[in-house]
Design a protein around this ligand. Sequence first.
Ligand code: NAD
Length: 295
Amino acid sequence: MKIGFVGLGHMGDPMCRNLVKHGHALRVYDQVASRVKALAAEGCEAAASAAECARGVDCFITMLPSSPHVRAVYQGEAGVLSRVSPGTLIVDCSTIDPITAREVAMDAQAKGCAMLDAPVSGGVAGAEAATLTFMVGGGAPDFEAARPVLQCMGRNVVHCGAPGNGQAAKICNNLMLAIEMIATAEGMTLAAKLGMDPKVFAAIVNTSSGRCWSSDTYNPYPGVLENVPASRGYAGGFASDLMLKDLGLAADAAKGVGHPILLGALAEQVYRRHSVEGHGLEDFSSVILQYLGGS
Ligand code: NAD
């Protein structure tokens, strides 16, 4: 397939490399020129704008930071939807709010293009290993058309229903993850203060009822697990500011349907304070520094 791809950051770059590995012909664009250059060196065609990137491709994919970036790329006079060829299958993998996802999908439909929202979980490691989970909202035939492309980048590709439902699944998952991560940080640091060896305590939790992904796979306490951000100064991984963004999306979505998210609201405040204190670019497991202190 001829595929256009815009947004070549932490996630987009390795996703492109996996599409190339599967023999797809890629045309790529990012507002940071060095990111386009890096993929051009791997055989991708470089585009000079997002709209040019989308022209004449079979499938067009975006992996952008948030809703305003998605609107900027698709809508407006110079946006992708002003130039895209009818019949192009469009897939937005960014994590954004379900309302924006639905609106942009309707605009795409008006231009004769099917559009899916397909946010992912699995992080940078999952993007590199092509083991991402895709949560996909949109029409069933369009989902089936996109499935083989998404399977080049992920292991689980799940149809969540109507447009926007992929985003709904993603933000609810991350709401739970944020609360879980803070709970793990709180329990780990209290256990250490009470005299427990953090590694021994983690081993107990991980065979007990307190176990969760944050405790057994991504433990925030330094030195408990190897190859996690906690063991390399919280560098890389999933930025605290992106988690803060997702908690804001969950809060907006909950407000929209009149649903209380009590711990979610508290988690948003914890991550906001963490960001204000200068940890926004560090991995989200660094929230444990709210208990350990230090910078
Ligand atoms: P990133 O900031 O590393 O990459 C985003 C890229 O988009 C950047 O290269 C940026 O230059 C580019 N961009 C922004 N606006 C643009 C525009 N108008 N035109 C062209 N390029 C533009 O972010 P990321 O970590 O790759 O995350 C991307 C999305 O995936 C986010 O929505 C995030 O929430 C989601 N996500 C990230 C992770 C993770 O672990 N990093 C995990 C799951 C989901």
